[in-house]
Design a protein around this ligand. Structure first.
Ligand SMILES: *[C@@H]1O[C@H](CO)[C@@H](O)[C@H](O)[C@H]1NC(C)=O
Ligand SMILES: *[C@@H]1O[C@H](CO)[C@@H](O)[C@H](O)[C@H]1NC(C)=O
Ligand SMILES: *[C@@H]1O[C@H](CO)[C@@H](O)[C@H](O)[C@H]1NC(C)=O
Ligand SMILES: *[C@@H]1O[C@H](CO)[C@@H](O)[C@H](O)[C@H]1NC(C)=O
Ligand SMILES: *[C@@H]1O[C@H](CO)[C@@H](O)[C@H](O)[C@H]1NC(C)=O
Length: 781
């Protein structure tokens, strides 16, 4: 008992010390009162459920959903991000009262209110937050026009109203916000022409107006020398190609009415990485120099009327990953440099290619080029070519690269406020990058530490895309000795990369025709599945059909952990080779942490992982890693799951919290079975065995210490502390509760296991070096 109290005190003290070092600010009580009114006004969203009158707002840990940042005794940043796809707040919600409450926090500089179901018009009085620098109210249901009062926000740097129902024309005064650098109004119902005043925004770095109803010519942006991202997709803009500064990195003009030829200067935009001119009416010669832009990775000019002859000896940029020239009037030969490691789509032209079926006769292009007529859609293609050689590092490679870069930006900037971890392609890089431009004062205020930082550096290479050649080399061309298993989704191979590291390669075969873009979101999620206690994702590779570049197979590469599975270490070896009690607890904690990461470390969380002790692998240092978990890709591919499962997979992005919680509790139960086996040190192969063992354990818990200990694997009985065994058994029983609601949260599980480990190291091995002990205390914090 004394051990128990001692360690409890140690833990408590550490917590207190930690809190007092890091969170000494005391919030003005009036500001605290204001925050406390927010949950009720928003109909008590689950993300705010932990706020109550004793919450110390300046010291709550920032999460992906909620972050409060204080400076001295006032609040400077408030981020509340609800669950994706949340529905309208109820009828009694009032945007007016909500904003009236918010403006009682006049020190706010950064305000994010995303995916909360807010509806109504945006009250002008929000401008009373006169220090606002960043305002982000995306993914809600706000309508009407942007209130004129916002024009008084002279410090506003970033205005994001994406994915709402705002309408009307863009106000002229937007052009007079002196320091505006990000204007993002995607997916609204704005109409009218773009005001010329926008061309005064010299600090503008990101202008994102995609998916609205804008029409008319784009103003002259040649003075916007800082503009890096211009996205105008899916409007009615045109016909003249916009005048732009040459610092542009992303230019998206697709799905508009641009017609006139491309300006020669375009070839001098040396920073251009992503160019999408597809689905317009562009005419005139296609400048092959676009292929050779030094930074270009993505070039899409599909479905226009570009003319001209291509030569095999033309040169292209090394960076180029994806080129779509399809459905134009091009003749000649595809440049050699476009092969082989790039995705190239060229159907519907008059090129001389291997697969002539996808091309028109040259006369067609000539006639069409001469005529100013309509080009008949030429989508009919005969059967699928069996050549499947082209690898799409493609767009996705770019995205993943961007993820890595974003992480880098996070590291450099360190204390940037953004709780939003990863966002939609393709502007993410720049949007995040723009945060590097926050004034340094703001950065000092921010105490947010990104998830990346908290997780600590993984000793792994960065996530990346692989080429098919690399995969073939690693598996010796899928040699049978490399084959390690098969599931309904495809085969698994073991492979060795050039650098000598071992990987597991999952090969998923497509049953239907999808473009690589379809998987962008899933790949983004997968690229985040990296944690000390997971067999982490290392990369992917697309194999595409040559004719329509749809995906034929996806390869996913994971860390290969090779020191035996957890069952072999606790239940199958000779007694002396088994893990001791301390090591077992460490392994259990590892699994729980891996599970916690899957549930809460990434957004959206990954649930229903069907955790099994044989799918937990130990590495050379006996660090436990979950090697099989629910991949957010599988349902997409097969589309043939029983509905419950399919739901769990496909709904990953828009899961309602109650359901997520239910699925989390299923994982907790599976974890309970693993823990049970760790305790008793015997393989539990069937549900009956588990139930029987559970009953025995239940009885033992109620009994005395000796009985309890007799339940523990003989091999480790002597080395285990009484308190530690008791705590472990108790939490195990709670995990195995029949009623999901009564099962503990993963945090609760972790706390108890860490407590058990703490009791163990305090009581049993006072002479052993305090290192383990120390680490535990740290990890509890
Ligand atoms: C709206 O009504 C619900 C119950 O009908 C209540 O829980 C909620 O607090 C109300 N919200 C406001 C802002 O009054
Ligand atoms: C406030 O919430 C915390 C946990 O979030 C809880 O421990 C505490 O009891 C609550 N206090 C009140 C007064 O409800
Ligand atoms: C823009 O939309 C509003 C309603 O949303 C409408 O009243 C107005 O006429 C439209 N303007 C133009 C130029 O289409
Ligand atoms: C490329 O080839 C064409 C003819 O095939 C030739 O006219 C042209 O000069 C060549 N260009 C270069 C840069 O070699
Ligand atoms: C606004 O916030 C949402 C939610 O965090 C985020 O996804 C989005 O990228 C933000 N927009 C900008 C322009 O920063």
């Amino acid at each position: 008992m004394e051990g128990f109290q001692n360690s409890a005190i140690v833990v408590l003290l550490s917590v207190i010390i930690f809190l007092s070092i890091n969170h000494s600010e005391q919030l003005q009580s009036s500001q605290g009162q204001t925050l406390l009114r927010i949950p009720r006004l928003l109909s008590n969203p689950s993300v705010l459920s932990t706020w109550n009158s004793s919450t110390d707002f300046c010291s709550i840990d920032p999460t992906l959903s909620v972050t409060v940042v204080c400076y001295e005794d006032t609040i400077t940043q408030l981020h509340i991000i609800g669950n994706k796809g949340s529905s309208l707040l109820p009828k009694n919600f009032s945007m007016e009262s909500f904003v009236t409450t918010l403006v009682a926090l006049p020190t706010l500089k950064v305000l994010t209110l995303s995916s909360l179901g807010l509806w109504g018009s945006l009250p002008g009085k929000i401008a009373r937050l006169s220090s606002l620098e960043i305002l982000n109210i995306s993914a809600n249901f706000l309508y009407d026009t942007i209130p004129g009062e916002l024009s008084s926000l002279s410090t506003l740097q970033s205005l994001a109203l994406d994915d709402n129902m705002f309408s009307g024309e863009l106000p002229l005064w937007l052009g007079s916000l002196p320091v505006l650098s990000v204007l993002s109004l995607k997916k609204n119902m704005f109409n009218g022409t773009l005001p010329n005043s926008l061309s005064n925004l010299e600090n503008l770095r990101v202008l994102s107006l995609s998916h609205n109803y804008f029409r008319g010519e784009v103003p002259d942006f040649s003075r916007l020398t800082n503009l890096q991202v211009l996205e105008l997709e899916d409007n009615d803009l045109g016909t003249k190609f916009p005048q732009l500064g040459n610092k542009l990195v992303t230019l998206v003009l697709s799905k508009n009415k641009f017609r006139d030829g491309l300006p020669a200067e375009l070839s001098s935009y040396y920073q251009l990485e992503r160019v999408d001119l597809s689905n317009n009416n562009f005419v005139g010669p296609f400048p092959p120099s676009l292929l050779a832009l030094p930074s270009v990775t993505y070039l899409n000019v599909a479905s226009n009327k570009f003319t001209g002859m291509l030569f095999e000896n033309q040169s292209c940029s090394d960076q180029l990953k994806f080129v779509d020239l399809s459905f134009n009037l091009l003749t000649g030969h595809l440049p050699k440099c476009l092969h082989p490691k790039k995705t190239v789509v060229s159907d519907g032209n008059c090129l001389e290619t291997v697969d002539d079926r996808s091309q028109n006769p040259v006369s067609f292009c000539h006639n069409e080029a001469l005529a100013v007529g309509v080009i008949p859609q030429l989508k009919s293609r005969e059967g699928r070519s069996s050549k499947t050689a082209i690898i799409a590092l493609g767009v996705i490679g770019g995205v993943v690269g961007a993820v890595a870069l974003v992480a880098l930006v996070f590291l450099l900037v360190r204390k940037v406020n953004t709780p939003k971890a990863i966002k939609k392609h393709p502007t993410r890089l720049i949007l995040e990058d723009a945060s590097a431009g926050y004034p340094s004062k703001l950065l000092q205020d921010a105490r947010y530490i990104s998830q990346t930082m908290r997780l600590g550096a993984l000793d792994l290479p960065a996530y990346r895309s692989f080429s098919l050649e690399e995969i073939e080399e690693a598996t010796n061309n899928f040699e049978s000795s490399a084959f390690i298993g098969e599931s309904s989704h495809g085969q698994m191979y073991k492979g060795r990369l050039k650098d000598g590291s071992c990987v597991v390669i999952r090969c998923l075969k497509m049953k239907r025709s999808y473009s690589t873009q379809t998987f962008m979101h899933q790949i983004e999620l997968i690229s985040k599945l990296r944690h000390r206690h997971l067999a982490s994702a290392l990369g992917h590779c697309f194999e595409c059909y040559l004719d329509d570049s749809s995906v034929s197979r996806i390869f996913l590469l994971f860390e290969h952990v090779s020191n035996g599975n957890l069952r072999s270490w606790v239940a199958e070896r000779h007694a002396r080779q088994k893990l001791n009690w301390t090591q077992r607890l460490a392994a259990a904690i590892g699994v729980a942490k891996g599970m916690q990461f899957l549930h809460t470390g990434i957004v959206p969380g990954v649930y229903s992982n069907n955790l099994k002790i044989t799918d937990v692998q130990l590495d050379q240092n006996l660090v436990a890693k979950i090697s099989s978990y629910n991949l957010p890709l599988l349902a997409e591919i097969t589309g043939q799951f029983p509905s419950a499962q399919a739901g769990r997979l496909t709904s990953a992005g828009s899961k309602d919290p109650a359901r997520a919680n239910q699925e989390a509790k299923a994982d907790i139960y599976d974890f309970g079975i693993i823990l049970l086996e760790i305790i008793v040190g015997r393989p539990l192969q069937s549900r009956n065995e588990v139930d029987a063992m559970k009953d025995q354990l239940q009885a033992a818990i109620a009994s005395d210490a000796a009985t309890r200990r007799s339940m523990v694997d003989r091999a480790v009985q002597r080395g285990s502390s009484i308190q530690s065994v008791k705590t472990t058994m108790e939490i195990c029983m709670r995990c195995l509760n029949k009623n999901p609601v009564d099962r503990p949260s993963v945090e609760d599980v972790l706390w108890n296991l860490q407590f058990a480990a703490q009791s163990q190291s305090n009581e049993v091995s006072p002479s052993s070096p305090g290192q383990f002990n120390h680490q535990l205390r740290l990890s509890i914090l």
